[in-house]
Ligand binder design. Structure first.
Ligand SMILES: Nc1ncnc2c1ncn2[C@@H]1O[C@H](COP(=O)(O)OP(=O)(O)OP(=O)(O)O)[C@@H](O)[C@H]1O
Length: 234
């Protein structure tokens, strides 16, 4: 449940690249423990905003600042943001030929219990007995690899998990799998910024924001934001 405390506070952020405005005057807050959906059509700037928040190379904001747990993280490198509890689920996990999936899930939190490891794989609809010992290599299907990444994020128990289009691609998680995963994350105390272009996906959110042409046009109750998004899409 959201506590009311602001965990992530993006203030007036802008990003210009190659003579183009990618993001402008972005204001976004995510509360501790909240499920916050970020809705936007293709090309509206959702992933760019996720990269700016995470501190990816070449995504340092040209204006504005980002606060996390009250601290200005705008100039912190990605690994320091991660250490503070901020995590982005990449579209695919890194490939470590020969590294068992169980070891990969342990990297972010060595003290993780066996029960928690099992739960992380259950949360992405993979059978732990089969997958924990399997190597994270090319023998896994694309869909299986894509599921490992949100499982790793969940296993890490971050304070804020950014999930960028967790349903994208073929043979990935179903809508109900994602709902279940996000709810489990929230129950474990983790806030979730759920990036999606699907209106129905935002139904599990506490609040939602709508992005359009590089800026946020509304933040509010999920139902209200979904109505605005639908009206905009026509
Ligand atoms: N580093 C960059 N240099 C130039 N243009 C960029 C850069 N990063 C993003 N863009 C452009 O900014 C726009 C927003 O891209 P972004 O990937 O953030 O949108 P999105 O809402 O996540 O889209 P999608 O839903 O298709 O993933 C796109 O037109 C993209 O081509």
């Amino acid at each position: 449940m959201p506590s009311g405390d602001v965990l992530l506070d993006v203030q007036s952020v802008a990003l210009f690249r190659e003579g183009r405005t990618i993001l402008h005057d972005i204001n976004l807050s995510v509360l501790a423990g909240e499920i916050h959906a970020l809705l936007g059509v293709n090309g509206s700037g959702k992933s760019s905003l996720a990269y700016v928040i995470m501190g990816c190379e070449d995504y340092h904001p040209d204006a504005g600042r980002i606060l996390f747990a009250g601290r200005d993280i705008s100039d912190l490198p990605m690994h320091e943001r991660a250490r503070m509890g901020l995590t982005l689920a990449w579209q695919e996990p890194a490939r470590f030929d020969g590294l068992p999936i169980g070891d990969y899930l342990t990297l972010g939190r060595p003290a993780i219990s066996r029960d928690e490891l099992w739960e992380a794989l259950h949360a992405v609809a993979l059978d732990p007995a089969t997958y924990l010992p399997r190597a994270l290599d090319r023998t896994l299907s694309g869909g299986e690899r894509k599921r490992i990444e949100p499982a790793a994020v969940y296993a890490m128990r971050p304070r804020l998990a950014i999930l960028d289009e967790p349903d994208s691609g073929v043979d990935v998680l179903s809508f109900s799998d994602i709902q279940q995963l996000v709810r489990r994350m929230a129950r474990s105390g983790c806030a979730v910024l759920l990036i999606t272009h699907r209106n129905d996906m935002a139904s599990i959110a506490d609040r939602a924001s709508v992005m359009n042409a590089g800026t946020i046009i509304i933040t509010g109750a999920a139902e209200e934001a979904r109505r605005v998004y639908t009206a905009r899409r026509g």
